[in-house]
Design a protein around this ligand. Structure first.
Ligand code: CO8
Length: 257
């Protein structure tokens, strides 16, 4: 456990981080972001941990957004600083060298939806509810939601979601490609663990390079992205995992990564 608003459970190669302020539907504060950043630094260095799952405590919410009572205290400079702090922590999740799965157990609104979009994979409970309701508060998504939502679901759909501020279901989130999978609420964590399990027995160094190729390559034009992939492909041949994976196949035995 790293601090009250953030719980950490380690289970073999898996780390489960839980936003734990259910009375305020796990709304995100400056302190939560600081704690999350410190935890990510630890988990990055922890060689045992191969996959991280983020989820929310309580029955109702993953994360219902930035803490509106904190937003009420901010001036323009403070709002910009909060947005930048949150963006840098979410960017750290996106660049984290191991897969990060969001197990979305309820409301994923505003900053909560934005945080989930920094994760590699989103699995939603069938009861989860999504939305970017900032326009109802006279503000805009400030945790890079305008950028990530447009890239994930396309510009037209992102504008509809952001301009209307309407909430939508997990099924709709699946239909538009915002989440990878919708599962019964009762089996959400089992499903997240099962998906993580399909990654933890694979090569961590190869997965890290795949993540870099996808995330960094998508910011390039196709030819440069493909060239970048080839560079990383070459790099993968310098790893012990490459030797082990290929030898294991040829020796007809399971690879041990
Ligand atoms: N911040 C602070 N407290 C919250 C938040 C929040 N985002 N969401 C819920 N809470 C609190 C409620 O105030 C309430 O507290 P209390 O019991 O003390 O009155 C408690 O959680 C339970 O909430 P409700 O009683 O409202 O529960 P309901 O089931 O009736 O409703 C909803 C659930 C629909 C989720 C409702 O709580 C709601 O609409 N919440 C706000 C959702 C929202 O607007 N989120 C976006 C916030 S803005 C944001 O995230 C932008 C980030 C970028 C900012 C840029 C930086 C400056």
């Amino acid at each position: 456990m790293s601090e009250k608003n953030l719980l950490l459970e380690k289970d073999g190669a898996l780390a489960i981080v839980t936003f734990n302020n259910p009375k305020a539907l796990n709304a995100l504060t400056v302190d939560t972001f600081k704690a999350l950043e410190a935890l990510l630094v630890d988990l990055e260095q922890d060689v045992e941990v191969r996959v991280v799952i983020l989820t929310g405590a309580g029955e109702k919410a993953f994360v219902a957004g930035g803490d509106i009572s904190h937003l009420a205290t901010l001036d323009a400079e403070g709002a910009r600083a909060f947005a930048l702090q949150a963006q840098s922590v979410i960017a750290r999740i996106e660049a984290f060298p191991k897969p990060v799965i969001a197990a979305i157990n309820g409301y994923a609104l505003g900053g909560g939806c934005e945080l989930s979009m920094g994760c590699d994979i989103r699995i939603a409970a069938d009861t989860a509810v999504f939305g970017q309701p900032e326009v109802k508060l006279g503000i805009l998504p400030g945790f890079a939601g305008t950028q990530r939502l447009s890239r994930l679901v396309g510009k037209g759909r992102a504008k509809e979601i952001i301009f209307t501020g309407e909430m939508f279901s997990a099924e709709e989130a699946y239909r538009i490609g915002l989440v990878n999978k919708v599962v019964p609420k009762a089996s959400l964590m089992d499903e997240a663990r099962a998906m993580a399990g399909k990654m933890t027995d694979k090569s961590a160094s190869a997965i890290k390079l795949c993540k870099e190729a996808i995330d960094n390559g998508l910011e390039m034009d196709f030819a440069r992205g493909a060239r970048y992939e080839a560079d990383l492909f070459g790099l993968s041949f310098t790893t012990a995992d490459c030797k082990e994976g290929i030898s294991a196949f040829l020796e007809k035995r399971p690879a041990k990564f």
